[in-house]
Design a protein around this ligand. Sequence first.
Ligand SMILES: *Cc1c(COP(=O)(O)O)cnc(C)c1O
Length: 416
Amino acid sequence: MNKQSLKDFDPVIANAIKNEINRQESGLEMIPSENFVSIAALEALGSVVTNKYSEGYPGKRYYGGCEHIDTIEQTAIDRAKELFGAEHVNIQPLSGAPMNVAVYFGLLEPGDTILGMDLSHGGHLTHGHPVTHMAKIFNFIRYKTNQEGNIDLDNLQEMANTHKPKMILVGYSAYSRDIDYENIKRIADSVGAITMADVSHIGGLIAGGEMNNPVPLFDVVTTTTHKTLRGARGGMIMCKEKYAKKIDKAVFPGLQGGPHENNIAASAVAFKEAQEPAFKEYCKQIKKNAKALEIVFKEKEYKIMFGGTSNHLLLIDVTPKGITGKEAQQALDKAGITINKNMIPDDPRRPMDPSGIRLGTPALTTRGMKEKEMEQIAHMIDEVIMNHQNDEILEKIKQQTEALAKQFPLYPELQV
Ligand SMILES: *Cc1c(COP(=O)(O)O)cnc(C)c1O
């Protein structure tokens, strides 16, 4: 076995990691799906747990030597159950995409109809977008939001009556409002459909008590562990006990082999962090920070989709400002502010150069930034957008970005 350190043995990778640490430290990360794990979670993630094969589930493994792995996985499961009030938890999905695939295959038959949220109205690729394999196997039909930015429940009921779906799926990655799970459950019950919520973006906000929790109500709830929940990259399925066997079988052996128990260990650590009072404060601040951004953007007459934000993100149509989503993303990149271009509802433009930008506050809030910094950042973003072709101004903002980021150190432990 190689006994040299990473730095001595492989400077290419060591340097790339060092540069990435510096990039994360010095920039303003506003992609709403991103976050920063704690040093404790990183330690679990980078541990020898990665060496172990553990196909199966705690107490029922296909390999020997799983006693400590069982402790890790069972602890993660127990903490997740407590955080969300879940009857059953499967923590093995390797990330969000396979987690949803496992649910579709576990509970449905090929050809079955799923009613899901339109992608341009905030839904997610893994909810049956035509470019995904799932769209070839299941019949996805899309519902949309109304003028006020809410899911159009009358329309959803009509569509449910017409299409008789086997599943109604709610969940999003670019929608800035909360969801009325009770009424969606009522509609699903009226046609005998299974209810599924994919709360990947807002899992942390739900665990922190800041958004409606579908877990007690819905048949199945999925979430990634690495977004607002602030754990390692992975997926988690929560369901009613009556679906437990089907879900577990669908994940393994249906879809995956050995679970990534080092990721599961890191998520277990994150769940312990999420049980602490400080996490509730964190979630409150995520929302306050998003509101602070909203206030400035409204003052500056930006066109905010869905009428504003009730969670951690904002979707803004930037075309009235004479710029496309792609141009805005590129200019903001030059200024050290990371956001992403995004489709707006029924966007007339193409996905690679859409009308909107999507930005969020989970990562900056982890750094300790509050409303004051958000106001400053919103003004900086506006200045970039209004001067996107002026490299001098972009350079000036980049210096402001770095100065601000420096005041909120992220991983001082990792600085060498
Ligand atoms: C991020 C996300 C996923 C996919 O997660 P990956 O880990 O990127 O595969 C699925 N659904 C929703 C709603 C998401 O936001």
